[in-house]
Write a protein that binds this ligand. Sequence first.
Ligand SMILES: Nc1nc2c(c(=O)[nH]1)N[C@H]1C(S)=C(S)[C@@H](COP(=O)(O)O)O[C@H]1N2
Ligand SMILES: [Mo]
Length: 325
Amino acid sequence: MHAFSRRLLVLLAFAAWGLAGCGSMAPTTSASLQVGGALDRPAKYAVSELSSRPATTQVVHFSSGSGAQSHTYVGTSLWQLLDGSGIRTDGAKMSDALNRYVLATGADGYRAVFSLGEINPAFGNQQSLVAYAEVVDGRTVPLGVSDGPLRVTAPGDTKGGRYVSRLAGIELRASESQVRGTGGGVSTAVAVSGAVDKPMTFDLAALKAMPSISRTVNGSTYTGVSLWTLLHGTTGIKVDPTVKNASMAMYVVATGSDGYKAVIALGEIDPDFGNKMALVAYSVNGAPLDRNGMARLIVPGDVKMGRSVSNLAAIEVLASPRAAP
Ligand SMILES: Nc1nc2c(c(=O)[nH]1)N[C@H]1C(S)=C(S)[C@@H](COP(=O)(O)O)O[C@H]1N2
Ligand SMILES: [Mo]
């Protein structure tokens, strides 16, 4: 069906729904959003409740199976929705908040992960919205039946894989990390485990043998190996081939020798999606990292360096489990 007539139909359906007193003509797709998980105030939001929250208009571009997409979405901030629901953390530990991820699920079971650090304005500052409308030819109309009534946006992603349509649930979870710190102190190797083809441990010589990349953060130039290259190109990432875009529901946990943890979504660093360069750095301004260990995770685009895990000891690749843990 033509996109315009589709939208017109949705408009009519909404109008009829309103007249019927929200009875029989409710759209078959999810007309509410379950916001839950590790929150003080989990809640179910009707589309009307979401659209009465502070609104942002956002122009996005991404590619999909239907070609190049450009949309002007109207929605409410995903971060503010979660933050306003009371993000429950273990004490005031920054590491605890950065060891979290947000799972977006569509009515069809399609899933995508954002790391909590990614959408936190103080860290990744990626401004995902829960969109409920779109500006088409200068008019604001509800999202159509194929992508709405709600859709999460992933501004900056090259492909549309994290733009979960028919959004039904947002869940905040602690990472499923299994690895513990090694008691602190200077790290001497980085162990890669989890959903990889070949679990491997990298020492300094192994990292230095790989193609190097440098990035300057706050005036310091870090040199190391691209986290994506290390995973995708070296250990391999084990992805469930039976699930559409299974890697969009996967993430990486970096753990320091002291047990400090930070989550990065695979979609965040995948060159086809977020394309963010994260580095497993082993030198700064040409010198060893010293007290920061043999290696340190560096996430250059972040506002604060909370995800730059020093004394990096472990990297896990994890798939978000389907059922809540
Ligand atoms: N619920 C749901 N959302 C989804 C998908 C899906 O299968 N189910 N596919 C994703 C993929 S792979 C892409 S590329 C885009 C396609 O967006 P478009 O239909 O607006 O082009 O939606 C994403 N959102
Ligand atoms: Mo896609």
